[in-house]
Unconditional design. Structure first.
Length: 485
């Protein structure tokens, strides 16, 4: 049993185990650097050289951003596997944070596509490792029946959103006044702060944080190392030969994510280690997976289409001062901080009377479609004419949809998971995010100011139809869930 990390010390962090402060800090700064960099990445790729950018076509730029975002979630599978089989969560978290910082440094100091390529690969792999293991480490701080657990996770996620709020504000301000590489440099500095404070407090984590749950046999390590090296060499070769064109990267990640998801479902459903009830529950997860992927393909356009919209269509002038493009990406974290407690209290108050998970998924997907339709009254205007207050309202609807689906989906993946495939079901949920995020880059290729009414109208309508279909199928899905709500 995991010992409470405070058993040998009266010191606490807001009443929580003292090591939570260390994990809170590294996650806050990792999210600060992640969202701070992402807030200026797209415009860096397509802004002309005269404005400090790389001058790429917008379609190529959105494809890169979508592929990068999808790769982050694909990398969570790699980070979890390395932790479970080779190094343990604590070591993987530390090494992943080093990779993230190195990636931001590469973006800050290396010119052009060299910095983009090296930086985004390092950050994607590192962020996947952080995302996969930080939450797991928080769990090691509590015994199974410690009543502080939920409050501790709430405090931890507060750190995530503080970082997500502050990152785009500060990097965007520095980019606007000094240049893109200074903004990337601030993201690197933030990650360096987080890494330093984490390194100083690593020893306070419980010993279970360093355990390797299912060590890979020594005889298989050579084969794994050789296979990994071959995979890296193949990717490098494909990139150098032009077989991985930048304007198709998002589509490639879509295919990889879909193939990985299908493989996971086949392996789990075909396994003799799961019971009939568990197999029914996995089947019930399939329509939820599809709805989740559809949701994220729209929601993650905050970093593609909504960024372009904010740059070209939005009136960002406030009291005679034009705010940076990236500041728009700090609006959603504000609403998350304000509303996440409201939703948690609502579900607690409703108890058994709260909507079932399929209904919540259906509502989240449909409301995300409504958010896209809300762009229609603004369509057809000139450059920098869309009101900031209107976009703030639309992003509030984004947030409501997110809170109906995202935390519910992660919880559902653990409730429907067969005993023998608990981690893989969580990985499946992250694969739906990877698939949707990559799709957000692919879909963004079809956006332009001239046809934005068609773009927002079609995607919004499709999402609403999918939400309605899921709502109509709620009863058979609930029966397959076999007692899980």
């Amino acid at each position: 049993m995991t010992l409470d990390a405070t058993t040998d010390s009266p010191k606490t962090f807001f009443g929580q185990p003292r090591p939570l402060a260390n994990l809170f800090g590294v996650e806050l700064w990792e999210r600060f650097s992640f969202y701070g960099m992402q807030g200026i990445l797209l415009i860096y790729l397509y802004y002309p050289a005269a404005d400090g950018g790389l001058g790429m076509p917008e379609g190529t730029a959105t494809s890169i951003v979508g592929a990068y975002g999808g790769a982050v979630y694909l990398s969570t599978i790699l980070g979890a596997w390395v932790a479970d089989r080779l190094l343990g969560s604590e070591r993987v978290l530390f090494l992943s944070a080093v990779l993230v910082m190195s990636g931001h440094v590469a973006l800050a100091v290396l010119p052009g596509l060299t910095g983009v390529t090296a930086g985004l690969i390092l950050i994607a792999v590192g962020s996947g490792g952080v995302k996969a293991n930080a939450t797991s480490l928080v769990g090691t701080l509590y015994t199974e029946h410690d009543e502080r657990r939920d409050a501790g996770f709430s405090l931890f996620y507060l750190g995530i959103n503080i970082g997500a709020l502050a990152g785009p504000l500060l990097t965007g301000l520095l980019q606007k006044n000094a240049g893109f590489h200074y903004g990337f440099g601030l993201a690197a500095a933030g990650m360096a702060v987080g890494l330093t404070q984490y390194a100083l407090g690593r020893r306070r984590l419980p010993e279970s944080a360093r355990e390797v749950p299912h060590p890979l046999p020594a005889r298989r390590r050579t084969a794994v190392a050789a296979g990994s090296a071959a995979a890296v060499a193949a990717i490098v070769l494909l990139a150098l030969t032009g077989a991985l064109p930048a304007d198709r990267l998002a589509t490639i990640v879509v295919v990889l994510s879909a193939a990985a998801a299908v493989s996971y479902f086949v392996v789990i459903l075909a396994s003799r280690q799961i019971t009939t009830v568990e197999r029914r529950r996995v089947l019930a997860f399939i329509p939820m997976f599809l709805a989740s992927a559809a949701f994220w393909s729209l929601y993650q356009q905050q970093f593609t289409v909504v960024t372009i919209y904010s740059d070209q269509r939005l009136d960002r002038t406030v009291l005679g001062w034009e705010m940076p493009v990236s500041w728009v990406q700090s609006i959603n974290p504000v609403f998350i901080i304000l509303l996440s407690g409201v939703f948690a209290a609502l579900w607690t108050r409703l108890g058994s009377r709260q909507p079932s998970t399929p209904v919540k998924f259906a509502a989240g997907t449909a409301i995300m479609g409504v958010a896209f339709l809300l762009f229609l009254p603004l369509a057809g205007g000139g450059p920098n004419t869309a009101p900031l207050t209107a976009l703030i309202g639309i992003l509030l609807v984004f947030t409501i949809a997110e809170l109906l689906l995202s935390p519910v989906g992660l919880s559902l993946s653990t409730k429907l998971a067969p005993r023998a495939f608990h981690t893989q079901m969580v990985a499946l949920f992250f694969l739906s995010v990877a698939l949707g995020t990559a799709l957000s880059g692919t879909l963004a290729r079809f956006y332009s100011a001239e046809r934005e009414a068609i773009y927002f109208g079609v995607l919004g309508a499709v999402a609403i139809v999918l939400g309605v279909l899921l709502a109509l199928a709620r009863r058979p899905i609930t029966r397959l869930m076999s007692g899980v709500r």
